[in-house]
Design a protein around this ligand. Structure first.
Ligand code: GAL
Length: 476
C-alpha cells in the first residue's frame, strides 16, 4: 500500500539572489531551506497550540478514545482451512470453474454445497436476536455474517442499504433492498436476481435493535412500463433529509434486468418512514449510472457519487438545493480504476471513500480513497482491511461496501456496513458490520513530509463478534 503526501507537488520558492542575477550559491539555498523548515515548524506548533479546547483536553479525549476502542482495534486472525477436494460440487461452482481441481476460498464461498458453507452463512440457530438477548450481559454484539433478526423475529431485509440519522426524532433509519423473493436468472448468462419488492425501512435508537417500518417505496406489480416494475432492478437506495424543504429524499439505482438502463431513480416523502412518492429516473449528467450513493456534507450540500462509463470510473456531482436533481457540475474520478459500491464519510475536514472492484455478487478487494474536497482530486490509499487472514482481507471479509456510519460521540470512529451477497439465494444475503477507524500513521511514511499533514490510515478491523463501546451517551 502506498500513502502519498497531500503536498507532494513541488513548491516553487523565490530565493533572494544578488542584484546582478548571478546563480545562488549552494549555501544560500541550504540556509533558505533550513529557514523555511524552521518557519513551518514554528507555524505548525503555534497552530497546534491555538487549536480550540487546548492540548490537555485533546490528550484526555485521545486517552478515553483509545480505551474505548482498544478492543475494536485488536487484530483478530482467522485460520480457515480449505477442505480437500470431494466428489460433489454445485452446478454453479462447476460452471464457474469447469476444469479446476483445486479450489480457492472464494470458490468455496460461492459454492452452495461447500463444506464451509456454515462458516460464511451460519444458520438460523446462531441468528442474532436482539429481543431475546436484550438486557443480557452478552447483548448488543454484532456477529458479521450471521442472520440478524428484527424486533418481530424476522431476518432484516435491507440489502445494499444506508442509514439516515434523523435529528428530528433522534432515530436511525436503515433503508435497503427488500429481497424477500426467490432468486432466479432472467437469462442464461444474466446475473442472479430477485424481483423488485421495494425499499425496506427499519428504525433503531441503538443501531442494533431494529424495528421493521415496512416497505417505504413499493415496487410495481403490473405496469411493465414503470421503472420499478418487478422484473426490473432497484438497488442501493439511500435517503437524506433536506432541511430547506422538510422532505426526505431517496436516490437509488434503477435498471432493467440486463443492467442497460443504468439510471438513478428519485423518490420523496414527508416522513422518514414514507410512503415515498417515486418521481422518475434519469441518467445523471447524461452518463450511465450503476452503483451509487449520496453524501450530505456539513454545509448541507449533498452529492451523488456513481459508477459510470461501464463502471470504469466514478462521477461526483453536487445535487440541486432541493436534492431532487443533479446540477450541471460533475467530476470524473478514479478514471480507469473500475470501482463501484462507493461508501463515503468525512473526518477532520478530509473526505474518505471505500469502494469495491466490479465482480458482480462475488467479493473482491476493497480500497480506501481520500480527498481534500469532494470534487477531488481523489487518491487511492490501499486496502483498509485488517485482521482475518490474507484471503479475508483480499475479499473484504467476503462482503462488499455499502455505507459508513459515523459513531456519534466518538470522532474518527465509524461502522463499515457491507453486504455478504448470497447469489444462490439473494434474500439470505448477510450483513457485515465492522469498526472502521481513521487514524494512525500511514503504512508507508513518506521520506520528506516536513510535518505537512498526511491522510490518516483507514482501518476496517475484522471481528467475529464485537460491540460498540458502552456508555456512548450521544448514540441514544
Ligand atoms: C454488483 C453491484 C450490486 C449488484 C450486483 C449484480 O457489482 O455492486 O449492487 O448490482 O453487481 O450482479
Amino acid at each position: 500500500m502506498r500513502m502519498r503526501n497531500k503536498c507532494r507537488k513541488p513548491t516553487s520558492v523565490a530565493f533572494p539572489c544578488n542584484a546582478g542575477g548571478s546563480r545562488c550559491s549552494l549555501s544560500v539555498l541550504v540556509w533558505s531551506l533550513v529557514g523555511l523548515l524552521l518557519f513551518l515548524h514554528l507555524y505548525s506548533s503555534l497552530m497546534a497550540r491555538n487549536n480550540g479546547g487546548g492540548k490537555v483536553a485533546h490528550v484526555q479525549f485521545r486517552a478515553i478514545h483509545h480505551q474505548l476502542f482498544r478492543e475494536l482495534e485488536e487484530v483478530e486472525e482467522e485460520n480457515i482451512q480449505i477442505p480437500p477436494p470431494r466428489g460433489k460440487r454445485s452446478p454453479r461452482a462447476t460452471k464457474r470453474r469447469p476444469n479446476k481441481k483445486t479450489t480457492t476460498l472464494i470458490d468455496e464461498f460461492l459454492d452452495e454445497n461447500s463444506q464451509l458453507r456454515h462458516v460464511f452463512f451460519p444458520g438460523m440457530k446462531t441468528a442474532v436476536d436482539p429481543m431475546k438477548d436484550n438486557g443480557n450481559a452478552s447483548s448488543s454484539y454484532y456477529y458479521p455474517g450471521r442472520i440478524w433478526l428484527d424486533t418481530e423475529g424476522n431476518p432484516i431485509q435491507a440489502h445494499g442499504g444506508g442509514i439516515l440519522y434523523d435529528e428530528r426524532s433522534n432515530t436511525y433509519y436503515w433503508y435497503g433492498e427488500y429481497k424477500e423473493g426467490p432468486t432466479y436468472h432472467a437469462h442464461k448468462k444474466g446475473a442472479a436476481r430477485v424481483d423488485i419488492i421495494g425499499v425496506g425501512c427499519y428504525s433503531s435508537k441503538d443501531l442494533w435493535t431494529w424495528k421493521n417500518e415496512g416497505i417505504v417505496l413499493q415496487g410495481e406489480e403490473t405496469d411493465e412500463t414503470h421503472d420499478l416494475f418487478k422484473a426490473n432492478v432497484l438497488e442501493r437506495p439511500k435517503v437524506i433529509y433536506n432541511g430547506r424543504t422538510g422532505k426526505y429524499v431517496m436516490w437509488m439505482h434503477v435498471d432493467d434486468a440486463n443492467y442497460t438502463k443504468a439510471s438513478v431513480g428519485i423518490a420523496v416523502s414527508d416522513y422518514p418512514t414514507g410512503p415515498f412518492d417515486y418521481l422518475g429516473s434519469k441518467r445523471p449528467h447524461g452518463y450511465d449510472s450503476r452503483d451509487m450513493t449520496l453524501f450530505k456534507d456539513d454545509d448541507s450540500v449533498a452529492y451523488l457519487v456513481y459508477s459510470s462509463e461501464d463502471n470504469s470510473e466514478l462521477h461526483i456531482g453536487p445535487l440541486a438545493a432541493d436534492y431532487l436533481d443533479v446540477t450541471p457540475v460533475v467530476r470524473r474520478i478514479l478514471i480507469g480504476q473500475h470501482r463501484e459500491a462507493p461508501a463515503l464519510f468525512k473526518h477532520e475536514g478530509t473526505y474518505y471513500m471505500i469502494t469495491s472492484g466490479c465482480t458482480g455478487w462475488a467479493p473482491n478487494e476493497a480500497l480506501a480513497h481520500a480527498a481534500e474536497s469532494m470534487m477531488g482530486p481523489w487518491e487511492t490509499m490501499g486496502n483498509p482491511c485488517v485482521g482475518g487472514n490474507k484471503l479475508f482481507r483480499l475479499a473484504t471479509f467476503f462482503s462488499q461496501s455499502t455505507f459508513v456510519i459515523p459513531i456519534r460521540g466518538l470522532p474518527g470512529s465509524f461502522i463499515f456496513m457491507a453486504d455478504r451477497w448470497n447469489p444462490a439465494d439473494l434474500r439470505d444475503s448477510r450483513y457485515v458490520w465492522l469498526p472502521l477507524i481513521v487514524g494512525g500513521p500511514a503504512d508507508q511514511p513518506l521520506d520528506y513530509n516536513f510535518g505537512f499533514p498526511l491522510w490518516s490510515r483507514v482501518s476496517i478491523y475484522w471481528h467475529r463478534k464485537w460491540r460498540l463501546p458502552t456508555g456512548l451517551s450521544e448514540l441514544k
